[in-house]
Each structure stands twice: as C-alpha cells, then as structure tokens.
Design a protein around this ligand. Structure first.
Ligand SMILES: Cc1ncc(COP(=O)(O)O)c(C=O)c1O
Length: 386
C-alpha cells in the first residue's frame, strides 16, 4: 500500500512557468498588459477563434457572455443540473432564471431531448457544459437553438483541448468560456478565457470586463495611452493579471502534450477496469475528442455491498484522493427552494450522483501512482463484490 497520500490533482508547473512569472515580476508590469495580450493572441490561434478575451475566472466569462447576449430580468437560460455552481449562479446575477435539465446516462452531458422540452417563450439561451471534457451533442443543440432562436454559451471549463466533429470547442457556440482554475487542464491559478467570432459580443465583453470603460483602458499607464477614459456602462472588474498570463502562455504551449498524456492514462484506466463488473467506465461518443479533464467512473451499486461514499472512504484509506463531479444543482438547498423543480425531472443525474467517483488523472502522476489507483480500485471492488 502507498505510504504517502496521492492528491486528487496537482498542477504541472516547471521552470518555464517559474521563469516566465519571474520575468513578468521583474518587468514592472503586473496587471493586464503585454502578457495578457500575448496569451489572448495565442489562445485565439490555438482554438481558431476570431477573438479571445482573458478574464480572471470562467465564472466571470460566463457572466460577461450572458450580459453580452442581452440576458435580462425575467429571461430563462437552460443549464444542466449536473454541473458546478458557476454555470447557473451567473444567470441569477442578471436577475434571470436558470432552468435545470437532466443528463444522458452514458455521457452525463445535457440531454438534448429534455432540453427542447424545457424551452418556454421566455427562454433566451442554452449553456451546455462539456462534462469532464467530452463535448455535448452540439449538432442536436445547435439545431434546437436555431429553431427556437436561442443563443449558445458553452461552458468549456473542462474542455481544452476538445473537438466536436473536427471543430475545436471554442469555435462552435456563440460564445465559449474556459477555466484556468488550479485543477483544470491548463492553469493560471485562477483565470478564464472567452472566445467568440462575433465582433459586437467581443467588444461588449472587453469593455464590461474592466469597469465598462472605453476600449484598451489598461493602456492608460503606458507611453501610448492617455489618462483620459470614458465610462460607457457600469461594468465589472474581471481582468486577468500579467502574472497569471505569464503562467498561461507557458501552460498553453504544453496543452497538447498534457492532453496526450491524460488520454493515454484514461485509456489505461479503462483497459485495467474492463473486467470489473462493479464499474462502468466513461463512455466516449464517436466523432469527438474528449479533453479528459476528469476520469469519472460509475459504480454498479447492484454489484457492490458498499455505497459510493464508503468506496471513497476506502480509497482514502488506501491513500488515494478522489472527488465527485458534481452534486447536481437540484439537490442543493438554494436551487431546491428557489426553482421548485420536481425531483422526477432528473432521474439520470439523481441516480448518477449516487454512483460517480472522479479518479485522479493528471500529468504529474507517475505510472506507479496510476498503478496504485488501479490496484486500490480493483481491491475495493473485489473485497466488496456481491
Ligand atoms: C463546469 C464548470 N463551470 C464553471 C466553472 C468555474 O470555473 P472558475 O473557477 O474558473 O470560475 C467550473 C469550475 O470548477 C466548472 O467545473
């Protein structure tokens, strides 16, 4: 058995990131400036989008995106119930109402059929979340959005680099929001990026991300800038720092290498677990590139004498860190009491929640670390089989 605890996640940071941050610290320019511009340029090129706007979180990105498409009081925005708080809370920021929708049992992504049934005359937008890094069924979602005249804001917090039928995530919906939170596929500690091909949305999001003041306000402290600025709207304070962007520029260079390593490890997990009847492995649709941010197994509880919580406890005793993505929103007190959904609307997410465990999957893991995870999962499944 392991002697040290294997954390659920560790970032992959080396000398390149450390020197880049050091260089920025020595440059005298700490907040939004040349490094942010470089990060935005490189990110836009990487996903193939016309605009990339760096912000200080994916939550900020989602908020700015909803503002840009004009979400206002009384509007409805469809979101999956199996997601993180951020996806739905931003709808409340604009005094609109999130409408929760159940997932598909195999991919755990939003179910397009249920999504269409949730549309009302007040619906304005859909926020598909590419769960664990697997793109949602975007053909079906695009078709629904077109027929009902809805905007698509993608929550791609897990989905870098991901593809749907050869189209990079970041170029599919009207606006796409990425996260560089510490556990994500590339990180800036905290951070996010918004991509869009729409010039008007891009301009509005840039302005709103920095107090609603006129374009390139950050330049006012440079030789090219001027002290004068105009406030156009009451905006927010969502800009990314150059310190964070210095990390981001280096991490982005490694994004494909990190992805290849996670993909290999995910395949190794799936091969190693193939004969364990108590486990259902992640299912990958044809025609997608799954970013493998998370490796989420589902327990077949009818084959086990213990529940998910006990399974996690046993893994912890074996010194393996895990997580659960996610506690569905409809089970949280705020959403239960505010939205008054009927529990029967979410059979898939409610059942999946009892069965899911996210195993460690990151490039800093050694092959021995991965073997320890495999051995522990196998032993716990065997010892508690029924
Ligand atoms: C699906 C999803 N959306 C949004 C977010 C929010 O990202 P951030 O922490 O960058 O605001 C997260 C973060 O974990 C997430 O998992």
């Amino acid at each position: 058995m392991r002697t040290d605890f294997l954390p659920f996640h560790l970032p992959d940071i080396d000398e390149a990131e450390i020197s880049s941050v050091e260089e920025t610290l020595r440059s005298g320019w700490l907040t939004t400036g040349p490094k942010v511009k470089e990060f935005e340029r490189q990110f836009a090129e990487f996903v193939g989008a016309r605009h990339a706007i760096a912000v200080n979180s994916c939550t900020a990105a989602l908020h700015l995106a909803l503002d840009a498409i004009g979400i206002k009081e009384g509007d409805e925005v469809i979101v999956p119930t199996l997601t993180f708080a951020a996806t739905a809370e931003v709808v409340f920021y604009l005094h609109a109402r999130p409408v929760l929708v159940d997932c598909c049992p195999r991919t755990l992504n939003i179910d397009p059929e249920r999504l269409e049934k949730a549309i009302t005359p007040r619906t304005r937008a859909i926020i598909p979340v590419h769960f664990a890094g697997q793109p949602c069924e975007m053909d079906a979602i695009r078709d629904i959005a077109q027929r009902h005249n809805l905007a698509i804001i993608e929550d791609a917090a897990h989905a870098l680099p991901a593809r749907y039928r050869n189209q990079m995530v970041g170029t599919i919906g009207d606006i796409t929001c990425f996260s560089f939170y510490a556990t994500k596929t590339i990180t800036t500690g905290e951070g996010g990026m918004i991509t869009t091909d729409n010039d008007e949305y891009a301009e509005r999001m840039r302005i709103m991300s920095l107090h609603g003041i006129s374009k390139d306000a950050w330049k006012r402290y440079t030789a090219e800038g001027s002290w004068r600025y105009d406030i156009l709207y009451p905006g927010y304070k969502y800009n990314l720092t150059d310190i964070a962007a210095a990390l981001g520029v280096e991490q982005l260079k490694k994004c494909c290498r990190f992805y290849e390593a996670r993909k290999r490890m995910a395949n190794e997990f799936s091969e190693a677990f193939a004969d364990i009847e108590a486990l259902t492995m992640p299912f990958v649709n044809d025609g997608v590139q799954h970013a493998w941010h998370l490796y989420v197994v589902q327990l077949n509880l009818d084959r086990l004498a213990i529940n998910r919580d006990r399974f996690i406890e046993e893994l912890k005793r074996a010194k393996i860190g895990t997580s659960v993505h996610f506690i569905p929103l409809h089970l949280h007190p705020f959403y239960r009491d505010t939205l008054h959904h009927d529990l029967r609307e979410f059979p898939c997410a409610t059942q999946a929640f009892e069965r899911i465990i996210s195993l460690p999957l990151y490039t800093k893991m050694t092959s021995q670390d991965q073997q320890d995870v495999i051995d522990a999962v196998r032993r716990i499944a065997n010892d508690n089989a029924r």
